[in-house]
Design a binder for this molecule. Sequence first.
Ligand code: PLP
Length: 408
Amino acid sequence: MTDQHLHPDTMAVHSGRADLAELGVHALPIDLSTTNPLPDIERGGDSYEAMATGGRPPADGSMVYARLWNPTVARFEDALAEMEHADASVAFSSGMAAMTAVILAHTSAARKSHVVAVRPLYGGTDHLLGSGLLATETTYCHPSEVRSMMRADTGLVVVETPANPTLELVDIAEIVAAAGDVPVVVDNTFATPLLQNPLDHGAAMSLHSATKYLGGHGDVIAGVVACSERIAEALRRVRAVTGGLLHPLGAYLLHRGLTTLPVRIRQQQQNAQQIVQWLIDQPEVDEVFYPGLDGDPRGILERQMRGTGAMIAMRMSGGYAAAKAVASSVALFTHAVSLGGVDSLIQHPAALTHRPVPADARPDADVLRLSIGLENAGDLIADLAQAFAASTVMRPHRPANAAAVSSR
Ligand SMILES: *Cc1c(COP(=O)(O)O)cnc(C)c1O
């Protein structure tokens, strides 16, 4: 890691491509080989050994087998590491596969079993940690409680900022200080490396559901973790053993998508800011959740982020009935989970993305989450306006599945 980084706009276009001219190509090459020729038995064996323990293929060796190494994936990993100011990154078949590897590498593989998890978290992460599937014990807490929750057998601290779906900001440096020697993983999915670099604030790992902004076009499921080379070795070892690989075609699309990430984020953020300004004046909306709207009283946005992003949440004055009506009345927005793509999405966190979260920690039933895309902001506002109008004429009804929504 150096203090001298190229501008992120430049990194997005050029990172992971330094050797292309030497190769005599201009576009990113794709290698779909599942197996690779071995120079001889000894060097084949040494290569296998090096990668099975999390290392890179030796220069005079072989990549052996694609579960151990793939050059198209490694090229994307190099690019993402550079954008996250990290030594390395390790890509996985999904954000959850990435989180699973992070947990395994820091709990069972490190002979620890306790995780401290700062809520709110993405529903899938909250569920994975609470399910006991990975034989971990999890203490959920508020950011201010991390220090008092740390134990001798704590192997990992998990935090997400901006948090999903309420866009709360957590001070990364404060969590790192409270965690002491224990590594902190920050889910950086909402911010992307453009708006936030958790390693610069002391986090050991920055994790992305690359399915969201990094891919940006709704056609790749992937996850990636940026970290030190030492942690990368531990994660590659878990990946080689458990097999949560990213396919090279997915890596190619992600690497290609990185080039437009800065312009996408800037335009999506500008649209989101315009929509937030409109939303705060609407009587159908009780509360708008967006970074900085509260005036950033603790200066976290100012210290930690380079922008406010393109995710918005809103509390409907008409409660769950209004949320339900709006979600089914939009026309330009797609009523669908996921986020970060070029097109705008709307969804109900309590019933969908945060459904596995225990009721006392689940988002409220009157909250909708918006992921703002690249459409014209005026058109998106007009779509919300017609959905709000439709929601006020619809008669309120009981939730179809009362268990899926919290009320308070
Ligand atoms: C979607 C998401 C995940 C999970 O990623 P997948 O690619 O769906 O496995 C994790 N964290 C956040 C914040 C997400 O939005």
